[in-house]
Design a protein around this ligand. Structure first.
Ligand SMILES: [Zn+2]
Length: 460
C-alpha cells in the first residue's frame, strides 16, 4: 500500500502543483469583509477536493464567523489509529502590495519556488498532507489509519469561533493525535518539529494624573508626573541584573523540565549566541540568570515593554507634565502559567506600588495559553521515523516561539497529543510580501506523511 502511494505521489507531482496553483489563486483573506465571497470559494474548493479524492462525509460547516471544511475516512476500523489533520485555508492580507515582485494572488513559479500569498502558510502545507491521503485512496482505495480532516478559515485572526466549535463537535472530532503542518523546517535538509509553544499575556497600563497636560514650570513640584510614575512602576517589574520578574506568584505554576529535556534543548546546534548576534545585530545576548540561551528561548517566561506613549514626543522641546502615560506589555508564558492569572497578579502588584497621586488602569488585551506535548509520545516518535525515511535524519525538536491559540483548545477538549511537522522554510516570508513555498518541500512533505500514516498504523 505504502509503495503504491509513494509511486502515485511521485507520478502525480504535476497535478499536485496544478491543484496548489488553483487554491492559492483564491484570495481568502479572513480579516477582510470584502473577501467574504473568496473565503466561501476557498472553503468550497477544499471541500470539492476532499470529495474528489474519496474522503467521506465532506461538509463545509458554518461557525460564528468563517466556515470550516470537515471530511473523514474511518474505514480502517475501530481499533485503528485516528489522526485529525489540521490546516487553515485563510491567509494574511497581501499588503503592502507594492513590495511584491509578482502579484500575490497570481501564483508565479520561479525556479523551485512558488510565489503567492498562502503558498507556505498554510495552503501548500495542508494540501501536501491531503495529497498523502489522495495517494493512498487513489491506489489502494483505503488508508492504513482513520483520518479526520479539519481545515479552518480563521487561523490568521486567532480562530475566534474554533474553541466553541471544537467543544460542540467534541465527539465528531475525537482522535488519537492531531497533525498540524504550519511552520518552517530549519533548512531544506533539516526537518524540525515543535513539541510546544509559549503562551502570551498582553496588557496595557495607563497612568493618569492631571486633567490635561500642564506647564512643568507652573506645576512641577506640586503634582505627580504620570510618565515618571509609569517608568518607576515598569522598572519594578523586572530585576535589571538577573532579569527575574519580581511580581509575587509569577513563577508559581511553572513546571521544571527534566535532565533529558534539558539535554535535548541544549544540544540544538541551531541555537547559539553567534547565530543570535548575526540574526539580530545585538552586541551581546541577554536573559534570565541561571538558564542557557536555549532554555531561555523555550522554557522560561519573559517580560517585554513593547511600547510607551504619552506627553510630548515631537521634535524639539516642550515643557509639559503629561496628563497620562501608557505602556504596552507582553509576557511570554510557559506551562502551566495562565494568561489571565498573570494579568491579575501584575495588576495586583502594580496597584500595591501605585502612589495615591495618580490613578491607574490595567487592561488585558488578550492572551494565549502555553502548550507542551510529550515528545516521547509514540505519535511524535513516528513522525521522527517518517522524517528519517525521507530526509535520512530525524527532526530537530524545539519548543516554538509564536503561539497558536487553537492548540490549547485542541489539547484541553480533545485530550490528544499534537504533532507539528512543518514543511516551510525560514525564508518563506510568512505574513510578508513575496511569500513563497519551496516546491521540493511540498512533494517531500507528501512523501513524509505517506510514511507517517504507515508508521502510525504499525503502532496501533
Ligand atoms: Zn499558518
Amino acid at each position: 500500500m505504502k509503495d503504491a502511494a509513494l509511486g502515485y505521489a511521485q507520478a502525480q507531482q504535476a497535478q499536485a502543483l496544478d491543484d496548489l496553483l488553483a487554491l492559492v489563486a483564491i484570495p481568502s483573506v479572513s480579516t477582510s469583509p470584502a473577501h467574504q465571497p473568496d473565503m466561501a470559494r476557498a472553503a468550497q474548493w477544499v471541500a470539492d477536493y476532499c470529495q474528489r479524492i474519496g474522503l467521506h462525509n465532506v461538509a463545509v460547516m458554518p461557525t460564528a464567523l468563517h466556515p470550516l471544511v470537515y471530511a473523514e475516512w474511518l474505514e480502517a476500523g475501530d481499533d485503528a489509529f485516528t489522526l485529525l489533520l489540521y490546516g487553515h485555508y485563510d491567509v494574511q492580507p497581501a499588503d503592502p502590495i507594492e513590495k511584491w515582485h509578482t502579484l500575490p494572488f497570481e501564483p508565479t513559479l520561479k525556479g523551485e519556488n512558488l510565489f503567492a500569498r498562502g503558498a507556505s502558510d498554510d495552503k501548500g502545507q495542508f494540501l501536501a498532507v491531503l495529497k498523502a491521503v489522495e495517494a493512498y485512496l487513489q491506489t489502494s482505495g483505503r488508508l492504513p489509519i482513520n483520518v479526520k480532516v479539519f481545515i479552518e478559515g480563521e487561523e490568521e485572526i486567532s480562530s475566534p469561533s474554533m474553541g466553541e466549535f471544537i467543544k460542540q463537535h467534541q465527539t465528531q472530532l475525537a482522535c488519537d493525535a492531531i497533525l498540524i503542518c504550519d511552520h518552517p523546517m530549519l533548512a531544506a535538509d533539516t526537518p524540525m518539529m515543535y513539541y510546544g509553544v509559549r503562551g502570551n499575556c498582553y496588557m496595557q497600563i495607563t497612568v493618569r494624573g492631571p486633567g490635561q497636560d500642564l506647564h512643568s514650570g507652573l506645576y512641577g513640584g506640586a503634582v505627580d508626573n504620570p510618565m515618571n510614575v509609569l517608568a518607576r512602576l515598569l522598572a519594578q517589574i523586572q530585576d535589571g541584573i538577573t532579569h527575574r520578574i519580581l511580581i509575587p506568584g509569577f513563577y508559581d505554576r511553572i513546571c521544571d523540565i527534566d535532565d533529558e529535556e534539558k539535554a535535548l534543548l541544549n544540544d540544538n546546534l541551531f541555537v547559539s549566541a553567534d547565530i543570535l548576534k548575526m540574526q539580530t545585530g545585538v552586541p551581546a545576548e541577554a536573559g534570565e540568570t541561571g538558564y542557557t540561551l536555549a532554555e531561555r528561548l523555550a522554557v522560561r517566561p519573559t517580560f517585554e515593554v513593547c511600547g510607551i506613549g504619552g506627553g510630548f514626543t515631537g521634535e524639539g522641546k516642550k515643557t509639559v507634565i503629561p496628563a497620562e502615560a501608557f505602556a504596552k506589555l507582553s509576557m511570554r508564558l510557559v506551562p502551566d502559567q495562565d494568561p489571565r492569572e498573570i494579568a491579575d497578579l501584575t495588576q495586583l502588584y502594580l496597584s500595591s506600588r501605585l502612589p495615591s497621586t495618580v490613578t491607574m488602569e490595567v487592561e488585558y488585551l488578550g492572551g494565549s495559553h502555553p502548550v507542551v506535548v510529550d515528545y516521547r509520545h509514540p505519535a511524535v516518535q513516528a513522525a521522527h521515523q517518517a522524517y528519517q525515511q525521507v530526509y535520512g535524519k530525524p527532526a530537530v525538536l524545539m519548543r516554538g516561539g509564536g503561539s497558536l491559540p487553537l492548540m490549547w483548545d485542541f489539547q484541553q477538549i480533545l485530550r490528544a497529543p499534537i504533532v507539528m511537522m512543518g514543511m516551510g522554510l525560514p525564508d518563506d516570508n510568512l505574513h510578508s510580501p513575496n511569500e513563497k513555498f519551496f516546491l521540493p518541500n511540498y512533494y517531500r512533505g507528501t512523501e513524509t506523511i505517506i510514511h507517517y500514516f504507515d508508521l502510525l498504523a504499525a503502532q496501533a
